[in-house]
Design a protein around this ligand. Structure first.
Ligand SMILES: [Zn+2]
Length: 292
């Protein structure tokens, strides 16, 4: 499942589309998207110019402006890649490649955005992804448009102080659940949550109330370091994740705990263990990660 690092890489790969005008739209499945009043149809994007692309946690926001329309009529296309969603940009030079033609015709390609600069493909095999269209006024106003999402893990609002305060507000949460809760901090999923806890030497089932300011500072630094490292490595690809050029990343070769149950800890050599926390498997080193 793409997490913050992978979504950031997709975003960077789509930046060549900035300034492009949407000429047409092919919708292969109508149940793949939702629109919110006053927007009536995805077709309202046509003739819009893509002026900004933002990422908040695992969400991508594409801002379209209409010619001669005021800013508050800008439309926001929100996309979450879910488990297996892919956004691939095909520029006019690559359009004739057979791999790209296969992707356009692929049975799980649900949306094709025809820009003057090339195509943007939304493909999602398992269909847990989200595509929503609303006008700028609605952004952060309802839970469907990000009102209940916490600060971005790489944004300016995340700090050791913020994490400490949230830990006090949610004292009985286990650390793994805390890190996965997108309303507290946005961007981590199962892979990076496990890696952050290993890096910060904290057991995944430890209660947030037991962490000192020093512990939270380590958690904060681990979040920053690991996400930036993963972006540098092109993201983590196990099965499905692909960047905006439909290529895999490399960061899976740099993970310490995720997917390594029973294998030796890179730090102490003892066997890594696994436990279910908040319904998700956590892999950890019982020797290197501390309960208190
Ligand atoms: Zn260890």
């Amino acid at each position: 499942m793409p997490e913050l690092a992978e979504v950031e890489i997709v975003k960077r790969g789509l930046e060549p589309l900035l300034g492009g005008v949407l000429l047409d739209l092919t919708v292969k499945r109508n149940d793949i998207y939702r629109v919110f009043d006053p927007v009536k149809s995805l077709d309202q994007l046509i003739n819009g110019k893509l002026i900004e692309i933002h990422r908040h946690g695992k969400y991508l926001l594409f801002i379209f402006s209409k010619p001669d329309a005021p800013t508050d009529e800008d439309l926001i296309l929100l996309i979450h890649l879910g488990m297996t969603g892919k956004l691939v940009y095909i520029d006019s030079e690559d359009m004739s490649l057979s791999s790209m033609q296969d992707l356009i015709r692929h049975k799980h390609t649900h949306l094709v955005f025809h820009f003057d600069k090339g195509l943007l493909i939304f493909n999602d095999v398992r269909r847990f992804g989200k595509v929503r269209l609303f006008d700028r006024n609605l952004l952060y106003k309802t839970s469907l448009t990000l009102s209940n999402i916490g600060p971005d893990c790489l944004g300016p609002d995340l700090s050791p102080d913020y994490l400490y305060a949230q830990g006090q507000r949610h004292p009985t949460l286990k650390m793994k659940s805390f890190l996965l809760d997108q309303s507290i901090l946005a961007g981590l999923g199962n892979i990076y949550a496990d890696e952050v806890l290993f890096e910060a030497s904290i057991m995944p089932d430890r209660l947030t109330s037991s962490l000192t300011m020093k512990d939270w500072t380590r958690v904060y630094k681990a979040i920053q370091t690991l996400l930036i490292q993963s972006i540098y490595n092109g993201g983590t690809s196990f099965r499905d994740y692909k960047n905006a050029r439909n290529e895999s990343g490399n960061n899976q070769n740099y993970l310490h705990v995720y997917g390594r149950k029973g294998l030796p800890c890179h730090r102490c050599g003892r066997s890594l263990e696994a436990a279910k926390i908040a319904g998700r498997t956590s892999v950890y080193c019982p020797h290197c990660q501390k309960q208190a």
